[in-house]
Design a binder for this molecule. Structure first.
Ligand code: 13P
Ligand code: SF4
Length: 308
């Protein structure tokens, strides 16, 4: 059944000249039909640079929006517009406008996990792979309003020692649930394992990391490390790519504070083979943006891409 659906997707892709971009947190079978897999930074750049008229974005809504912002001439298909993100939901453009009015001299740095309306009010975007360089590119004496992920923001504050950062009170409901105690317990039975953590996790969890970084950064670290066992403290969708790239290594998903179960992002899991087939057949839903907001958002994303 799965193979038939995959064959149908491949046929539709060929017929319609569609390129599929997918994030590492998607279901393994969705990753299988992707032409490009990546973290949020790599996928944004790929969406901009790729020579294709139609892109299907297998990821959450803000990722499809970012692709459309950077490539307005391309048709951007999204299999499920309901696939949102708790971080993006935690920061509405109107609320950010009010916060900016309170801190008129602050420069706004927004994580890409935000809506296009928030990006339009932002000076420079960042992702988890370049947040450090983005913050370091800003003069030391300039106040920063960092939105919406307080965990990523405080991680960057800790690494840079920067005091003048005002943090939005948002967090990823998936990464917030990793348990420090659960990881320490796992370390007892796997003392040799390296702990790899996404910076959306809480500070007490990030402190346990041998490596803390974006999904792409985590994958590279696991490949380059001499160690062959890793405790993986991020959304478990990434395990498919880890096991594919490094079959000789062992990857242990970290537990949630709610028990042994994995911390899956239900939004990423809304992208299914069936929803991709329907989206390719109907060439809908698509991302449509107001042109002025798109241009304003484009400025803050391009400012980020220039930094790295
Ligand atoms: P990356 O930028 O590391 O791909 O992360 C995106 C994301 O949504 C993490 O929850
Ligand atoms: Fe958003 Fe968290 Fe899902 Fe990433 S894992 S897409 S930050 S809800």
């Amino acid at each position: 059944m799965k193979d038939k659906k995959i064959a149908r997707i491949e046929q539709l892709k060929r017929e319609k000249g569609v390129v599929i971009l997918a994030h590492y947190y998607c279901r393994p079978e969705v990753q299988e039909v992707a032409d490009f897999l990546g973290d949020s930074l790599a996928l944004s750049v790929k969406a901009r640079d790729i020579d294709a008229k139609v892109i299907l974005f297998a990821g959450v809504h803000f990722m499809g929006e970012t692709a459309k912002v950077l490539s307005p001439e391309k048709k951007v298909l999204i299999p499920n517009p309901e696939a949102t993100c708790s971080l993006a939901e935690s920061c509405k453009a109107e609320a950010l406008a009010q916060m900016k009015a309170k801190y008129p001299n602050a420069l706004v740095v927004a994580y890409v996990n935000t809506t296009v309306g928030v990006k339009a009010l932002t000076d420079i975007c960042c992702t988890s792979s370049n947040a450090l360089q983005v913050v370091e590119s800003i003069p030391q004496d300039r106040e920063i309003l960092f939105v919406p992920d307080k965990n990523l923001g405080s991680y960057i504050q800790k690494v840079t020692g920067r005091q003048n950062m005002i943090l939005w009170d948002g967090a990823c409901h998936v990464h917030e649930k990793f348990s420090k105690e659960g990881i320490l317990e796992l370390k007892k039975s796997h003392p040799e394992a390296k702990v790899v953590v996404h910076p959306e996790c809480r500070g007490e969890v990030a402190e346990l990391a041998d490596y803390c970084g974006s999904t792409a950064g985590i994958l590279t670290y696991c490949g380059e490390s001499k160690c062959d066992t890793f405790i993986v403290v991020t959304e478990p969708g990434i395990l498919a790519e880890m096991e594919k790239r490094y079959p000789q290594k062992k990857f242990i998903p970290a537990p949630s504070i709610e028990g042994k179960s994995c911390n899956e992002c239900e939004y990423m899991k809304m992208i299914t083979l069936d929803s991709i087939i329907a989206c390719l057949e109907n060439e809908s839903p698509t991302i449509e943006l107001d042109e002025q907001i798109r241009q304003e958002a484009s400025r803050s994303i391009e400012a980020m891409v220039k930094v790295g």
